[in-house]
Write a protein that binds this ligand. Structure first.
Ligand code: AGP
Length: 614
């Protein structure tokens, strides 16, 4: 996710653009930039780091100009750096563009342009796009809007773009497919944003571009909206904004955590993008391919992480051993770094970290690197310390995760780990092509199945009202859903402050069953897979001791439905993929209970989003 802002009108553009970027920093904050139109030229200020750093740099220069475009970045292609920040100029220097999204076929477009003599200053897909538009404009000898339209018909991917020609700076061309873009209608001025927060104080009248639409935005002319593929004129619907600044940043949700729970389908699609090619029966992961020999011959994989990321590591243990038949050990970063472990050169260490800055995990991989092991990082923040310390890696593309309680990063981590386990299994010859293709097809529809789970939100909220005053809770799961029991317990305790424990369900009889009484809610993760019959017995054991059972079951379940106090259904899927579905009801339950208890869901007491100290 990135944030884009544009302005054209009579005011000084720079403060509007910069303040707009600051309001969009929740969408990405690793670098930013502004392009101003000054005396028929383009003045560019762009810098790695927070918006404030770019602003201070720009204020040492002339920041005049009454039109411009701006961008705050969440890196996808090309690490955070001054060169990779937006806006990007075309080779001619006449065109300047900002982009939110991913151009999937940028490599083939780059090759086409290189063959035509184009050069590139950055590693971004965006710089390819602005030069493709220049190329088309020159080939067709046409005005900018037509060149944009023709160029976009050659693009595969997602985009929200602003572009202008330095000769016509009062006419910004915008286009949208898959990423948001909204236009604010002022009096003799117009605003552009990824959402309306950049210009809320100037106008409440907005038009949301729809997918496949583009527009010419000028200060005084009416908006001219067209369809990209046919150039047919479109009447934009004018909306009167009601939301305040904060609620727009949260997309209308009360807390970032709920917004991020709902973003999980998109985050998983974005994590698939360019990697999961289910129709072709392929997975492409460059970081894995680069070290495929090391992974093929590895005697052991050690996965190190903390907190929720440690839970995704536990899920990966089941997946890697199931699909790739390679021994896996999971280690807390904090324990691994001090235990003086045996690490062999043929070991592979996978480090999982949403922030990429967790001190214990970072220390663990530095130790592993010294021992000669290959370190593979799975992070959500491009250019983060752990991602740079690792020899190779794969980013989750969940976008910035603002809520302290990790949700979309967790399911995106499991998505990456599942693709790795499947690809490793194939590299190591562990399953037939037909089995492999079936797994890829089922994985590809998981985002849709998460959307189905989210439809149970009212039922989940109602269940939460009945357990919001609990003082303790027990979470049970088996197999690949045992880590989900741990994750559900962590979610509840970290945002509602209710003591909660996750346990392998079979462990009940070795102690926890002594805790069961009518005041103990027991959340049981019980999809209709391998361990189902044993979980039915566990539910009955709890009920026999007056415990309350809330079970996550597969749609159509009857046995557990008859025994439990409440059931929340998930769609049928393969056992190995159930964690991506079973965790969602537990995320929502913890969210609602925390809200009902008046807790600050996004900023729980004593916690930080990234624990960069020991
Ligand atoms: C999860 O909800 C918590 N915020 C916390 O356990 C977190 O997962 C842990 O601190 C690890 O953070 P990381 O993924 O950024 O390394």
């Amino acid at each position: 996710m990135c944030g884009i802002v544009g302005y054209v009108g009579d005011r000084k553009a720079f403060p509007i653009l910069v303040n707009g970027l600051k309001r969009l920093e929740y969408r990405g904050y690793d670098s930013s930039g502004v392009a101003l139109s000054q005396n028929g030229e383009i003045t560019l200020f762009k810098k790695q780091g927070m918006v404030k750093e770019m602003e201070d740099h720009a204020l040492e220069h002339d920041t005049s100009g009454s039109s411009g475009i701006a961008h705050t970045r969440w890196a996808t292609h090309g690490e955070p750096s001054d060169e990779n920040s937006h806006p990007h100029l075309s080779n001619s220097g006449n065109l300047v563009l900002v982009h939110n999204g991913i151009i999937e076929n940028y490599q083939s477009l780059k090759k086409l342009l290189l063959d035509k003599g184009y050069t590139f200053q950055s590693e971004t897909d965006t710089e390819i796009l602005v030069n493709l538009i220049q190329y088309v404009q020159e080939q067709e000898s046409c005005e900018l809007r037509k060149a944009v339209r023709l160029a976009l018909t050659q693009v595969v991917g997602a985009y929200a773009i602003c572009i202008y020609d330095k000769s016509y700076p009062e006419d910004i061309v915008v286009a949208k497919l898959g990423s948001p873009l909204v236009i604010g209608l002022g009096v003799n001025e117009k605003f552009i944003g990824s959402d309306a927060t950049p210009f809320l104080e100037y106008t409440k009248e907005v038009i949301y571009l729809e997918d496949g639409e583009m527009a010419s935005v000028s200060a005084t002319e009416d908006l001219d909206i067209r369809l990209i593929d046919t150039n047919k004129e479109v009447d934009g619907k004018i909306h009167q904004l009601e939301m305040d600044l904060e609620s727009i940043e949260k997309g209308g949700y009360d807390y970032f955590m709920m917004k991020e729970i709902y973003e999980q389908p998109r985050a998983i699609y974005d994590t698939f993008r360019g990697r999961l090619l289910a129709d072709k029966g392929m997975i492409k992961m460059s970081g894995l391919e680069e070290y495929s020999d090391r992974f093929r011959t590895a005697d052991r994989i050690i996965i190190t992480a903390c907190g929720t990321s440690w839970h995704s590591a536990l899920v990966a243990e089941y997946l890697f051993e199931e699909f790739a038949r390679v021994p896996v050990e999971v280690e807390y970063g904090s324990e691994f770094r001090y235990r003086n472990p045996i690490i062999r050169k043929n070991d592979i260490i996978i480090a999982i970290s949403q922030s990429g800055e967790t001190a214990d995990t970072l220390a663990a991989i530095k130790m592993a690197k010294k021992a000669g092991a290959l370190v593979f990082g799975i992070c959500n923040v491009p250019g983060s310390t752990i991602s740079r310390e690792a020899h190779a890696g794969a980013y989750t593309h969940a976008g910035p995760e603002i809520g302290v309680a990790s949700t979309k990063a967790f399911t995106s981590q499991i998505t990456v780990l599942t693709m790795m386990a499947l690809e490793l299994g194939k590299i190591r010859g562990e399953f037939s092509t037909s089995e492999y293709r079936a797994l890829l097809r089922e994985l590809s529809v998981i985002p849709k199945k998460i959307e189905t789970v989210l439809e149970s939100i009212d039922l989940i909220e109602d269940i939460a009202t009945q357990y919001k005053d609990a003082t303790n809770a027990l979470y049970l799961g088996r197999g690949v859903n045992f880590p989900i029991a741990l994750e559900g317990a962590l979610k509840l305790k970290e945002i509602s402050y209710i003591h909660a424990e996750g346990y392998p369900a079979a462990e009940m009889k070795h102690g926890p069953i002594a805790l069961i009484d009518e005041n103990m809610p027991v959340f049981v993760v019980a999809p209709n897979n391998g361990h189902y019959e044993k979980l039915v017995s566990n539910v009955q054991e709890v009920k026999a001791r007056s415990g309350k059972v809330i079970a996550v079951v597969t749609k159509g379940d009857t046995e557990i439905r008859n025994a439990a106090d409440h059931v929340i259904e998930i769609p049928e899927t393969l056992e190995a993929l159930t964690p991506l579905l079973t965790v969602v009801p537990l995320q929502l339950l913890s969210y609602f209970i925390a809200v009902m208890r008046g807790c600050d869901v996004d900023r729980p007491r004593n916690l930080a989003k990234s624990v960069t100290v020991e």
